[in-house]
Design a protein around this ligand. Structure first.
Ligand code: GLN
Length: 194
């Protein structure tokens, strides 16, 4: 069975675990270093507050081991704050977290009032529901990173290798398109290890 770890130090991790369980995927919470002792086939970085997660990642000594796993090709899905954690660059000069994806993001990019809204938008050739909560968007995509979705002329989803990032919250809607794309990366990764 696939084993997907969900960073569970802060934010919307419970919703991600519920989706994985619904899809029959083995999910576990990552709260401390020893949670990484078993096998791991994929990683989800949920929404929440990226500055808080960044601090907890280093306080809990999870930062370096997780960065190493991502650098070595572990499939990752970052949603909202999770996308910010993956970005190489944050508009305004704030220090990046993992910085493993060649994208620049703008935090709270829709302003305080307009920050939370729902829409339907094309993602990988399909219309899917999207919910944004004080969301970032992507202002630059570089290297081998590619755009997966745009809303109102702003990039809201991207991928690079086995890294997948969305500014919205797929775990809050019933549509599983984003999760299936991530889980395809997970099964490819498992095949590549065998
Ligand atoms: N505003 C948050 C941040 O900048 C992200 C919001 C979210 O994850 N829902 O970290």
């Amino acid at each position: 069975m696939m084993r997907v770890g969900v960073l569970a130090v802060q934010g919307a991790f419970a919703e991600h675990i519920a989706v994985l369980e619904r899809l029959g995927v083995g999910a576990f919470e990552i709260r401390k270093l020893s949670d990484l002792d078993g096998s791991i086939d994929g990683l989800i970085l949920p929404g929440g507050e990226s500055t808080v997660m960044k601090k907890l990642l280093s306080d809990l000594e999870l930062f370096l081991p997780l960065k190493k796993l991502i650098d070595e090709g572990l499939p990752v899905l970052g949603t909202c704050a999770g996308m910010i954690l993956l970005a190489r660059e944050i508009d305004g000069g704030e220090a990046p977290c993992f910085g493993t994806m060649d994208i620049t993001v703008r935090r709270n990019a829709y302003g305080r009032q307009l920050g939370s809204f729902a829409c339907t938008e094309r993602f990988d050739g399909k219309e899917i529901p999207m919910r944004f909560i004080r969301a970032p968007y992507v202002t630059r995509v570089g290297g081998s990173a590619e755009i997966l979705s745009e809303h109102d002329g702003k990039i809201v989803a991207a991928r690079q290798g086995r890294q997948l990032a969305a500014a919205f919250h797929p775990e809050l809607d019933d549509d599983t398109t984003v999760f299936y794309m991530f889980l395809k990366n997970v099964s490819d990764y498992i095949d590549s290890k065998e």
